[in-house]
Design a protein around this ligand. Structure first.
Ligand code: UDP
Length: 248
């Protein structure tokens, strides 16, 4: 589709939120199976440290920069993103808005028991006419029989849109391993904790934090146990400067 931007080996699409949603809608209309991945700098750093993850992440047909660290890296490497940060949670909601009133059906996979249903209730209030075909929580073994029955459950519905919200990189690995078995699903969105967001269990940062590029900091204040994971952020940021100086 669009021009690709290579950020430390992850091949992002240079798109705005609008373009990302339109691409998903047209893939759905064309019946072309498409996966949306939304890596942040933690995931890119994960790829750098575990290179086998590159194949998984780069297998997504649409890869958007869902993190200020990735956007900053784009500037450092002189390949800026035209749309800045494109938040997966917003793409997911805008897609629901666009599909409401149409024939397509959505399946929500992920989150603790009850979260997917609560997310659907709240989205249905906002976008009446959106059709949900099924729900499944995200706490199952990602291989073997339990996994098979999740796939059977999805295949037993007429859903063609699947939100996979299992946390990263579990959700990307799950899509990579299982997409060929999803018979009716045309588009798959890997959206981390978005169902918690739609359900209202986890609040997004106030606008001022988002505007200042400090959404990560707000998240750290609310969920301090993320500290260890977040150490990947400075590692990625300074690593990108070093990478740039070495590759001048
Ligand atoms: N989750 C899940 N299954 C698991 C582990 C996590 O469904 O085996 C869910 C969890 O309930 C939460 C989401 O995945 O809703 C992860 O959210 P987080 O904000 O941590 O996403 P990330 O930042 O990892 O993309």
């Amino acid at each position: 589709m669009s021009e690709k931007i290579n950020i430390r080996g992850v091949l992002f699409n240079n798109v705005t939120l609008e373009e990302a949603v339109s691409y998903l809608v047209s893939s759905l209309e064309d019946g072309k199976q498409t996966a949306l991945f939304t890596p942040n700098s933690e995931i890119v750093q994960n790829c750098i440290e575990n290179p086998e993850l590159y194949d998984v992440i780069n297998s997504g047909e649409l890869i958007i920069p869902d993190g200020i660290g990735v956007v900053k890296a784009g500037r450092i490497l002189r390949t800026p993103f035209k749309g800045g940060k494109v938040a997966g949670i917003e793409v997911g909601e805008e897609l629901i808005r666009r599909l409401a009133g149409g024939d397509h059906k959505v399946f929500f996979l992920g989150g603790k028991p009850g979260v997917a249903e609560a997310a659907a209730d709240s989205l249905t209030k906002k976008y009446p006419g959106i059709q949900f075909a099924g729900f499944s929580d995200g706490y199952f073994s990602k291989e073997g029989e339990e996994n098979d029955s999740v796939i059977e459950k999805i295949n037993s519905t007429d859903a063609d849109v699947l939100y996979v919200c299992l946390g990263a990189p579990t959700q990307e690995k799950w899509i990579y391993a299982n997409r060929a078995r999803l018979k009716n699903i045309k588009i798959m969105l890997a959206l981390g904790g978005s169902l918690d967001g739609y359900a209202g269990n986890v609040k997004r940062a106030p606008k001022i934090f988002i505007k200042l590029g400090l959404e990560w900091f707000y998240r750290l204040l609310c969920e301090p146990w993320r500290f260890k994971r977040m150490l990947k952020l400075p590692k990625f940021y300074f690593g990108t400067w070093i990478y740039k100086l070495k590759n001048k």
